[in-house]
Design a protein around this ligand. Structure first.
Ligand code: PMP
Length: 316
């Protein structure tokens, strides 16, 4: 079925494609779930829509309301799309060094931006949003880090889609940001195929990979429940860049930077399966495409992924 009532209705049901060139061979295969095929180009359309629908059902979100959200970009763009369709006003609080593409996209979809200091990263954006919400009780903060509807989107959508497309799935590897993706998929597989390993890709402590966070760095999203994660994989920013280039080179997939970290973790799990002589069908969640990161230079083949390069780039 490829006909939908409106754009919001077309969220989800993304393709799962094989990665024959990156797969180690034998009985170990990698698959990519292409979340950039969602209407605004990221996995966050799922969470945004589910959070808005849940708030409408609870009665907290009423016609013409103002929604306030701390977001580093993708959730903001998804909320802006959903808010536009439903007639809400959206204010996003985000670090001032967020990429120009993201700011432009948000403004195009009609959102207002409040900048938070770059040095404080997304943690300070969250703190400022909480303060603004306290000052404006009529504004609705959906708060993706603690909103069960964020994870529910993946419990109801992403997880079941994976199992339907690949009943033999053994691992699902996703990035850790709000943890909504991991928690929703994790709970779905715990209930429906508990043998599936749920793997979290995090940036190595002190390093930055756009969209991801290391939960040892001080802020643990309220949604997070360690019981749903089998393995946590810390990935260096340099490895993430290397893998995102490799994904394009070998499979033709132009993904965002968090995908590089997720692919690196997936290849780590694939190597373990090969070593143990086990069969594995490993699903890599591709949260978004590379367009919004072009200005970082990460795809520029003239630029080597050296520490110097990483040090001079804006990654938060
Ligand atoms: N990758 C990208 C590009 C993202 O924007 C996000 C969300 N911040 C994630 C991964 C992590 O997803 P989640 O918030 O569901 O943990």
């Amino acid at each position: 079925m490829t006909r939908y009532a409106d754009l919001a209705d077309s969220v989800g049901n993304t393709p799962l494609v094989g990665l024959p060139s990156l797969s180690p061979g034998g009985d170990v295969r990698l698959w990519a779930k292409l979340e950039d095929r969602n209407p605004t180009g990221s996995i966050k359309d799922r969470a945004a829509l589910q959070m808005i629908r849940a708030a409408e059902a609870e009665g907290t979100l009423r016609p013409a309301c103002t929604i306030l959200e701390p977001t580093s970009g993708n959730t903001g763009i998804s909320l802006a799309m959903a808010a536009k369709l439903a007639g809400y006003h959206l204010i996003c609080v985000m670090p001032e060094n967020t990429s120009p593409e993201r700011r432009q996209l948000l403004r195009m979809w009609g959102a207002e931006i409040v900048s938070s200091p770059a040095a404080g990263g997304s943690n300070q954006a969250v703190a400022i949003a909480k303060q603004l919400a306290a000052e404006h009780p009529d504004w609705v903060m959906l708060y993706q880090y603690g909103n069960p509807a964020n994870a529910e989107a993946h419990y109801l959508g992403t997880g079941p889609e994976i199992l339907a497309d690949l009943p033999e799935v053994t691992h699902v590897v996703a990035g850790l940001g709000t943890t909504g993706t991991l928690m929703g998929i994790g709970r779905f597989f715990a209930e429906n195929k508990p043998s599936v390993k749920i793997v979290a890709a995090e940036p190595r402590y002190g390093e930055l990979v756009y969209g991801l966070r290391n939960i040892d760095e001080g802020f643990v999203p309220e949604l997070y429940d360690a019981a749903y994660v089998t393995t946590r994989f810390s990935v260096g920013a340099r490895d993430a860049i290397r893998r995102v280039r490799e994904l394009l080179e070998r499979e033709g997939i132009f993904a965002g930077l968090s995908t590089g970290a997720i692919v690196h973790a997936a290849l780590g799990m694939a190597a373990r399966a090969v070593k143990a002589g086990e069969a594995a069908d490993i699903v890599v969640i591709v949260p978004d495409a590379g367009w919004k990161y072009l200005s970082t230079g990460a795809y520029n083949e003239d630029i080597d992924a050296t520490e110097d390069f990483l040090d001079t780039q804006v990654w938060a």
